[in-house]
Design a protein around this ligand. Sequence first.
Ligand code: UDP
Ligand code: MG
Length: 153
Amino acid sequence: MEKTLVILKPSAIERGLVGQILTRFQQKGLTIVGMKMMQLDEKLLREHYAHLVDRAFFPWLLASMMATPVIVLCLKGRDAVRVVRLMTGATNGREALPGTIRGDFSLSGQENIVHASSSLEDAEVELKRFFADGEIYDWVPQSTPFLYAPDEA
Ligand code: UDP
Ligand code: MG
């Protein structure tokens, strides 16, 4: 089973959307195997958004991501990385399709509610970045046979 990182960004925290977003992932059948609140700092964000540090908007992104504590999630499921990206929608909330988290809750390219790992390789690196050993719980839900065929689980 794949694992992926989701961050409920300050735009989700400040707007009181945490419950609705968690509900969406749980309704889909994804398993929460890690979850905690944390205050991000500049050092960690410069690593996490290394591909964006030279962009003119980076100082705004830094301030935005440090504006409140965030909630980090590790979600587990078959093809979890791709499924969660599909549920997240396009980066800019104005382009994200209705039915996606960004499409339903955001009008912004910056204040776009969630981060989700974009590949399996990124997910592995990002989970190590945000979770310490022992903070991800590899439990198997009793509902597994009702979520997957035997060759899917
Ligand atoms: N971002 C921004 N302006 C941009 C592009 C990105 O503020 O023009 C922010 C936005 O919050 C986005 C994050 O930087 O979610 C990471 O950008 P990336 O291109 O990795 O998009 P994502 O993977 O989040 O869809
Ligand atoms: Mg990205």
